[in-house]
Write a protein that binds this ligand. Sequence first.
Ligand code: PGA
Length: 256
Amino acid sequence: MSRILIAGNWKMHLNVSQASILVHRLQERIKTHRDVEVALFPSMLAMQPLSMQIDRRKFRLGAQDGHFKDEGAYTGEVSISMLRELVHYVLVGHSERRHIFGESDETIGHKVAAAVRNDISPILCVGETKDERSSKLTSQILHNQVTAGLKNVTSREIKHIVIAYEPVWAIGTGDIAKPDQIASAVATIRSNVAHLYGVAPSKRIRVLYGGSVNADVARAYLEIDGVDGVLVGGASLNYHSFSSIVGSAYRLTRER
Ligand code: PGA
């Protein structure tokens, strides 16, 4: 059984002092747990101060994005290589990056490779839009995004990758995906991985669910077959909801 991963994507919220207050509160409520891993994804600006503040037995840090080139004339960017030793994870291909910033599958493939090259685990985000789902294109979209995202990953490296299934229509909308929709999408993702790397890696790879996860539904999502954790946006900004999501994971591991 993999460790459950509870990831909090703060997006473009919380300045440095607000981020520090949230960590302080979470630190009081969240304990160290052998089977549950908690990762926080603050803004780039808060990364360095939080890396000094966090209790590393309780939390891991992750970046929300990064540039795949190690350095160069790319005004405004922070490279994934600059995040080395500072973060454990980096989100790659989040739907907001794909849809608002026009990130292509090719760029996403380069970012996944840059993360692996720098000893950072990429969390490759994939998911269909509402229109794609109603046109019955979900499996095709997942196949395309998984294949392109993993294009530069070798079979030795696949164990470092995490995949997050995040249906675009459920992100930040309060639209709750049904457990059977998630189970079938996660099965599709694992079968794509099996096709590319074999059955054993497809079972071992961690797959998260993300999209309007809150304290009320987290438990039901964590119980879905094949789901190893959740990627939480809005609800991760509130210490009460985020720590109760982590609490659901603790209870689940106790009952297993
Ligand atoms: P949400 O965001 O929980 O606010 O829907 C999830 C995400 O974007 O990762």
